[in-house]
Design a protein around this ligand. Structure first.
Ligand code: FE2
Length: 294
C-alpha cells in the first residue's frame, strides 16, 4: 500500500547567511511544523578546509565531531594540534553563521535562543550499525533518554557540504498532533519514583518529567512500528550539496536515509519564547491529555 504524501518543505531563495538575506520573521512557518529549505545557501569551505571532508578526522568511537558550548571545546576529532585548531575554527564559523541566520529568520527569539552543540558529520549515514532505537533511518521526533528537555524546543540548522554531489536524503512525516494522537492512548504514565531513581542513578542528567516520558515513548513507538514506518503519511526530501535547512526536530517527523558530510547547529528555546507557544509539543500534549506535563 502506498503511503499518503505530506507537503511540509518550504523553499526560500536566500543566498546569504547575514542580515542582507531576504527571508525574515518566518517564526510561524517553522512553528507550524515546516522544514525551511534554502537550496542556494551553502556553507563555504576554503581550500585548506576541504581536507576535513573525510571520516578519518572522526575519533575511533565518536559518532560526531562537535563543538560544545558555552566553552567551545572540540570533541570527537583526532589529529595534530594544528589540524584540530583549523577544524575547530571551521565548525565555530558555522555556529556563528547559523546563529546570525536563525536570528534573522526568527527575530522573535532574539535574547532567548541558546546555542547547543555544533556538529560536523563526515561519516556516511548508511554505514552506521545501530539498534532499532538508535536507527535514525526510521521516522521519529528527536527525544533523548539521558537528556530530559522539560519542554524546551530543539531548533536545528543543517547544511550539506558534500563535495561529490551526494544529497542528504530524508523522509519527513505526519504533523505532530496527528502523530501524538496515534500513540497517546497506549502510553502509560511513568512509574511513581522512576524519574527520581533515574536522576539519582545518573541515568538521566536531571529529572525526567512526564513530558520527557511521553516524547521518548513517541520516539520509541514510532521507530518500533513497521506499519507506521511504511504506511503513515510521508514524503522524501533530498537536500543537495549547498543546501541549508531548518526545522524544530522535536516536532517534525524525520528520518535520515543517507548522505555524508553535514554540519548541524542545535539551538534551544523555551516554550514561552515561541511566537505561538500553543504550537509546541509540550502545549499540544497537555491539551490532548488535559493535564500539565511539567
Ligand atoms: Fe533525529
Amino acid at each position: 500500500m502506498a503511503a499518503p504524501s505530506v507537503d511540509i518543505v518550504r523553499e526560500f531563495a536566500d543566498r546569504s547567511w547575514g542580515d542582507d538575506g531576504a527571508t525574515r520573521a518566518v517564526e510561524d512557518v517553522v512553528e507550524s511544523g515546516h522544514v525551511l529549505a534554502f537550496p542556494q545557501l551553502g556553507f563555504a569551505l576554503d581550500d585548506a578546509e576541504k581536507r576535513f571532508l573525510d571520516p578519518r578526522w572522526a575519533a575511533a568511537d565518536a559518532k560526531n565531531i562537535s563543538v560544545r558550548w558555552p566553552g567551545g571545546e572540540l570533541r570527537g576529532a583526532a589529529g595534530s594540534a594544528d589540524d584540530l585548531n583549523a577544524l575547530r575554527a571551521m565548525v565555530v564559523r558555522f555556529a556563528e553563521q547559523s546563529e546570525a541566520f536563525a536570528l534573522r529568520l526568527f527575530p522573535h527569539y532574539r535574547g532567548h535562543l541558546r546555542r547547543g552543540n555544533t556538529s560536523f558529520r563526515p561519516t556516511d549515514v548508511a554505514g552506521r550499525v545501530r539498534s532499532w532505537r538508535q536507527d535514525d533511518t526510521r521516522l521519529h521526533i528527536d527525544a533523548f533518554p539521558s537528556n530530559p528537555m522539560h519542554g524546551t524546543r530543539l531548533l536545528r540548522v543543517f547544511t550539506n557540504v558534500n563535495p561529490s554531489g551526494e544529497p542528504r536524503r530524508w523522509r519527513v512525516g505526519e504533523p505532530f498532533e496527528a502523530h501524538a494522537k496515534r500513540y497517546l492512548g497506549a502510553i502509560r504514565r511513568p512509574l511513581p519514583g522512576s524519574a527520581w531513581l533515574m536522576a539519582t542513578a545518573g541515568i538521566t542528567k536531571r529529572r525526567r518529567t512526564e513530558y520527557d516520558h511521553v516524547m521518548l515513548q513517541l520516539h520509541d513507538r514510532a521507530k518500533a512500528d513497521a506499519a507506521f514506518q511504511s504506511t503513515s503519511p510521508q514524503a522524501r526530501a533530498d537536500f543537495a550539496p549547498g543546501t541549508t535547512w531548518v526545522c524544530f526536530s522535536d516536532q517534525v517527523l524525520h528520518a535520515a536515509l543517507g548522505g555524508q558530510h553535514m554540519l548541524e547547529q542545535t539551538f534551544l528555546l523555551d516554550v514561552e519564547h515561541l511566537h505561538r507557544p500553543e504550537t509546541s509539543p509540550l502545549r499540544t500534549l497537555e491539551r490532548l491529555l488535559q493535564r500539565p506535563l511539567r
